[in-house]
Every structure is written in C-alpha cells, then in structure tokens.
Ligand binder design. Sequence first.
Ligand SMILES: Nc1ncnc2c1ncn2[C@@H]1O[C@H](COP(=O)(O)OP(=O)(O)OP(=O)(O)O)[C@@H](O)[C@H]1O
Length: 309
Amino acid sequence: MIVVNGLRKRFGSHTALDGMTFSVEPGQVTGFVGPNGAGKSTTMRVILGLDAPDAGTALVGGRPYRTLRRPLCHLGSLLDAGALQPGRTARNHLLWLAHSQGLPARRVDEVLERAGLQGVARRAAGGFSLGMRQRLGIAAALLGDPPALMLDEPFNGMDPEGIVWMRQHLRGLAAEGRAVLVSSHLMSELQDTADHVVVAGRGQVIADTSIAALLQAAAAGRVTVRLGAPFVDVAADVLDSAGATAVRTDEGTLTVTGLPAEAVVAALTGGGVPFAEISTHRATLEEAYLELTRDAVEFRATTAPQVTR
Ligand SMILES: Nc1ncnc2c1ncn2[C@@H]1O[C@H](COP(=O)(O)OP(=O)(O)OP(=O)(O)O)[C@@H](O)[C@H]1O
C-alpha cells in the first residue's frame, strides 16, 4: 500500500505540490490523472525518494522508500521508459537490475515472459520502440514480485494492441492483490482499467473516488425533457416550483438540474403537463474528468499567449 500525506513541494517560486494526500489500496488499479503540471510525476518522484518534499510524508508499506532494504521487492516502478543503456540487451538490462537487488536470474526469464518480451530478450534495448521499452519497464518493475506498482504514463507510445495488453496486464496485477498506481493525463486511457481514480490539479487532490461514483456524480441531476413547444414554459414553471432548475436548450427541450428523473416525472405528472420523453444524461469518463479539472488546467490551448516586453 502506498500512502502520501500532505505533500508539499516548491521549485523556486512555483508550487508543484500543495498538500497532495491519497492512498493506493491493494487489489485495485488506481488511476492518477490530472492535466499537465498537476504534480503527478513530482508525487511519484517523492514516493521513490528522488525528490525531497518540503513537507508531508510518502510511505510504501508503512516506510519511506529510501529506508527499504530491497526496494524492488516492495514497490516496482516505471517512471521513464527511456532510462536504460541502449547497447545492453533487454535480458542483460534486467539481469543487471536483478543482481543489484540480490534477486535470482530466473526472475529475469519469468518477467520477460510476463511482459511478452522473450522473443526480443537478446536484442539491444536501444533499438526498441517506445511501446517495447514500456514493456521492458514493466518487466523491470515486476522483478522483485512487489505488492505495489507505480507506473508513470505507461500507455505512452503504445499501439492499440499494446494498449489492450497493458490494460489486461494492469488488471491482472491488481487481481493478484497488488496495489497499482497508474498515471495518465487522458482519462479515456483508464477506461476499463482503473477501479479507482485520484484526480490531481495544481498540486492537490481534487477528487478521490471510484470510477463508478465519478460517472454517477457527473451524470447526476442532468435530465432532458422533450415536450410539445406550447408546454415548455409551463413545464419550466412547474419544475422551478418543485426545486429544480429548468433551462430551455432547444425548441421543445428542457435541461433540468437539481432533481432526479423520477422526481421530474412526478412533478410534471402532478402539474398535469404532458411530455414526450425524459432521459438522463450519461457522461463519459472523459466528460466527467474534464468537468472536474476545468478550473485546474494550468496551460490551455485557448489561452492567449502572454507577451512580456
Ligand atoms: N525539477 C523541476 N524544476 C522546476 N519545476 C518543476 C520541476 N519538476 C516539476 N516542476 C514543475 O512542477 C509542476 C508539476 O510538474 P509534474 O511534472 O509533477 O506534473 P505532471 O502532473 O506530472 O504533468 P505532466 O502530465 O505534464 O507530466 C509543473 O508546473 C512543473 O513545471
């Protein structure tokens, strides 16, 4: 289990982490999402002891990573798939890592097979595509058979087949009881993968929730009512009196917030207003995420560049 509590980190005058707090539970994939600059990589670097926080703690199995005797047996990580000696074969890269942690060579062959790299094990890793490097990074993370895994943007550079493989692989690792933390700046990548999601923005957690609850919250309260144009105004009045907010969004269409669909039906029926159709808006994961992070995006394509003279 990974627990971060009140992490703060400044780089000069810039606050990268501003009280980041969450935990990664065993047996599930936790997505760590947020716009660029939200503080995901910094949090992961702090967990690994690569950056020192100004305040707060990051514990792996109850202890700071730096104090673990054989860290690969506690937490496997993939931060930068490019971090390898290009001339070394995939197998030698893993053998070197295994040796440094006192792990047996047989683990190397086991993880190569698990990552689907047996066929290229004796090829120089420098010639690997980014997707293959990601697989090699996963193999390295699994060397110590750790109960927790932490992967920074593992879908980067993967082709569609690789993405399917990665999703199944992550699910499999969680099904074995491991705590799996996976960062991404695309919520859609985590569809069908993550059970839980921690949404970061401006160095803080802005949502810490199950995927199911996130979808439900995003869809909650948005009900579309279609009815004959002459009834729109009276329907809006009836719904306003029932405590909802009804906005005409199209000819003969009201978008209602503040009341669940059943209550909308009850209010209209009680008010004697005929309607043709009532539907609940179902948000996609991406919509739910965009809604949450709307105020936390540091760089926006639509923001006019600031010119300093
Ligand atoms: N070594 C550093 N020196 C100065 N600023 C840094 C450093 N590392 C990170 N930052 C800044 O801290 C903030 C958080 O960066 P971080 O890389 O953790 O975000 P992120 O959520 O991982 O973003 P991305 O999705 O782009 O990787 C950013 O504004 C970044 O520019």
